[in-house]
Ligand binder design. Structure first.
Ligand code: FAD
Length: 304
């Protein structure tokens, strides 16, 4: 049963991208680069590096992206937000990323500077939202542009219709792919995709898959993002609080089952939130019957 043939068919090979975040300390940097090393042979379609979240600035993203492009064969995209910046400042940032070889941006508005849940104030003289940022990027160059999508709507959206209207504006302005917020109920995604297609949006809507490192922490984060946590997850992780190994095994099975079900529904592209850790992502892909490709590390310098 294919819910959407524009999103890919089950006969197509499964493709996946990995999302990393820039490290904030030396220990976190060691963790990231070990993860990158571990996951390179899984041959993702591309990898992306988040921008500006949690109070970080441009520099950690720029240096992470620079190193990925210079030292790995991974096609590398950079996230970019327009929060707290004038258009000119955003353009300067774009030029810095272009100079290190970035050809693919994940263009986002960003969270309010007061933190998630506080009202968003566009910078006077800046881009007010991601749709405006996409249009600005289009004028600056022939970039590949991905954007966000929210199967359970963005918390600031009054309703699902206005949420999809915003996605449509982003697509009309030049976005060629949407990466979704994580979700765990594939029926929600299927209904969302039907509404997106009914709105005339034909770009790939790539499900964001979050292998669950820690259900308690995830619940806190999910409630801020407007993502629901179905009750079956409590059942799957029940009694495993003190058993990290068993928890990791369950998490990899849960994520693989979600992907398998989406494949059955006709989806072939997935965006995996790695949280800068490789083990769970590798076990998830392994559970799908995939194997690392041990491809040559030569050819570094690729940008998505
Ligand atoms: P937009 O697409 O501009 O808007 C999102 C939704 O909010 C729209 O659907 C719209 O309906 C609604 N909305 C916006 N403004 C209003 C308004 N004034 N009134 C009513 N409704 C409104 N954040 C980071 O800081 N760095 C990152 O690297 C990052 N990466 C992300 C990657 C993915 C795949 C996703 C899904 C999210 C990411 N985020 C990141 C989080 C994102 O920045 C936040 O969700 C932010 O609040 C919205 O950004 P956006 O680009 O989705 O906004």
């Amino acid at each position: 049963m294919a819910i959407d043939d524009r999103n890919g068919k089950t006969a197509e090979p499964l493709r996946y991208s990995f999302e990393f975040f820039p490290p904030k300390s030396e220990d976190m940097a060691d963790q990231l680069w070990k993860t990158v090393d571990d996951l390179t042979d899984w041959a993702p379609d591309f990898v992306s590096v988040t921008y500006g979240a949690g109070g970080t600035t441009r520099e950690p993203t720029l240096s992470t992206v620079r190193r990925l492009i210079a030292e790995t064969p991974l096609r590398t995209a950079s996230h970019l937000t327009c929060v707290g910046a004038t258009k000119e400042e955003v353009h300067q940032v774009v030029e810095q990323f272009r100079a290190v070889g970035v050809k693919h941006f994940v263009a986002l508005r960003g969270d309010p500077q007061g933190g998630m849940g506080t009202p968003y104030q566009p910078h006077p003289g800046g881009y007010a939202n991601a749709a405006e940022l996409v249009a600005g990027l289009r004028e600056l160059g022939d970039f590949e542009i991905s954007v966000s999508a929210y199967p359970e709507k963005h918390p600031e959206s009054p309703d699902a219709t206005s949420d999809i209207d915003m996605l449509k504006r982003k697509v009309d302005n030049g976005a060629c792919r949407a990466l979704t917020q994580f979700f765990f109920d594939n029926d929600i995604f299927e209904r969302y995709l039907e509404r997106v297609r009914a709105a005339g949006i034909s770009i790939p809507i790539v499900p964001g898959i979050m292998p669950i490192q820690n259900l308690t922490q995830l619940k806190r984060f999910a409630s801020m993002c407007g993502a629901s946590i179905p009750g079956f997850l409590d059942e799957r992780f029940a009694g495993l609080d003190e058993q990290p190994q068993a928890r990791a095994e369950v998490a990899a099975v849960v994520a693989a089952e979600q992907i398998e079900d989406l494949v059955r529904r006709g989806i072939s592209d997935f965006h995996l939130y790695t949280m800068n850790r490789s083990a769970l992502v590798a076990s998830t892909l392994g559970n799908l019957g995939l194997r690392p490709q041990n491809r040559s590390r030569e050819g570094a310098g690729a940008a998505a």
